[in-house]
Design a protein around this ligand. Structure first.
Ligand SMILES: Nc1ncnc2c1ncn2[C@@H]1O[C@H](COP(=O)(O)OP(=O)(O)OP(=O)(O)O)[C@@H](O)[C@H]1O
Ligand SMILES: [Mg+2]
Length: 311
């Protein structure tokens, strides 16, 4: 459904995209993850015909974005990271405007708009002014807008940004619903864990380069086991540096780093039992104030696996 080969884009001397290739198949929900400035929005703008690449080619549903722009726009819905809403329009008028812009048959407009309002849970806001909607509602309106012409492919640029936890959950449910409807989705985010549950595959981008592209399952397999324990020490026992030294060399421990009176200990993959660690700490003379095991966050592990260009 989406194919990009060797895309490059420069802004002046800045390489925003560097030879980026990716493929997204039908029915896939693709999570596009990367830190600020990685090139996510640039990629999406190229795919939605708003920006010309300097090199490479891209197609949506087999249609070249450079030569078949009008046809691409018919099969694609793009929601930018910032939604420009117009003053003095109600939700309904706003959607009527886009229905007209997409040349939806007049007789079908009412039913189409009611359908997307229902799906995005905005029925009650139908007659509210758009500029008075909360951020979460505006984001849902943005999705309603790109669904008007029933596109097969949706590019959603950070649909969850700026939302509170409840609105995030609602957004996730809406995105899952769209996936179930058989839409091909490309969703960008900074936060991998936010997308992990609903995506069938992910791409990690950093400094304009795609570092990983594949299934979530494979992504987890690559970083599995990297568990971390944080230990805070009480004064009066052995110093943190001394304890770290005692832990060094044990095959079950990859790294022990020291900050003030705390230790951050990374366990080697496959080590989940913490008893051994607790015993080693005690044997080293540590007086333990707090012992906190945590799963390494997937994105953190990825950053470690990859170049580490962005901290
Ligand atoms: N119109 C522009 N002119 C100049 N530089 C730009 C322009 N648009 C983007 N850039 C630069 O290109 C790089 C990639 O930007 P892009 O917006 O694609 O990143 P992003 O992954 O979407 O980041 P964010 O998570 O902050 O939205 C950044 O370094 C950015 O500063
Ligand atoms: Mg962006």
């Amino acid at each position: 459904m989406i194919e990009a080969r060797g895309l490059s884009k420069n802004y002046g001397t800045l390489k925003a995209l560097d030879n980026l290739s990716l493929t997204i198949g039908p029915g896939e929900v693709f999570g596009f993850i990367g830190p600020n400035g990685a090139g996510k929005s640039t990629t999406m703008k190229i795919l939605s015909c708003l920006l010309r690449p300097d090199a490479g080619r891209a197609s949506v549903c087999g249609l070249d974005v450079r030569t078949r722009g009008d046809d691409v726009r018919r099969v694609l819905g793009y929601m930018p990271d910032f939604l420009g809403v117009y003053d003095d329009l109600t939700v309904d008028e706003y959607l009527q405007f886009f229905a007209a812009a997409f040349a939806i048959d007049r007789r079908r407009r009412r039913a189409t708009i009611d359908g997307v309002l229902e799906l995005t849970d905005l029925v009650e806001k139908k007659h509210s002014p758009v500029d008075g909607l909360s951020r979460g509602m505006q984001q849902r309106l943005g999705i309603a807008r790109v669904l008007i012409h029933d596109p097969k492919v949706l590019l959603l640029d950070e649909p969850s940004s700026g939302l509170d936890p409840r609105a995030r959950i609602e957004m996730r449910e809406l995105l899952i619903e769209l996936g179930k409807m058989g839409k091909c989705l490309m969703i960008s985010s900074h936060i991998l864990s936010e997308l992990a549950e609903m995506c069938t595959c992910i791409g990690i981008i950093e400094r304009g380069r795609l570092l990983y592209s594949g299934s979530i399952k494979e992504a987890y397999a690559r970083v599995r086991g990297g568990e971390r324990v944080t230990v805070r020490l009480e004064p009066g026992g052995a110093a943190a540096a001394q304890v770290a030294e005692a832990l060094a060399g044990d095959a079950r421990i990859t790294r022990a780093s020291v900050a003030d009176q705390s230790l951050t200990i990374d366990l080697a993959p496959g080590n989940h039992g913490h008893h051994f660690l607790f015993e080693m700490l005690c044997a080293a003379g540590a007086r333990i104030d707090a012992f906190t095991p945590e799963e390494v966050k997937l994105e953190e592990a990825f950053l470690r696996l990859t170049t580490g260009a962005v901290q």
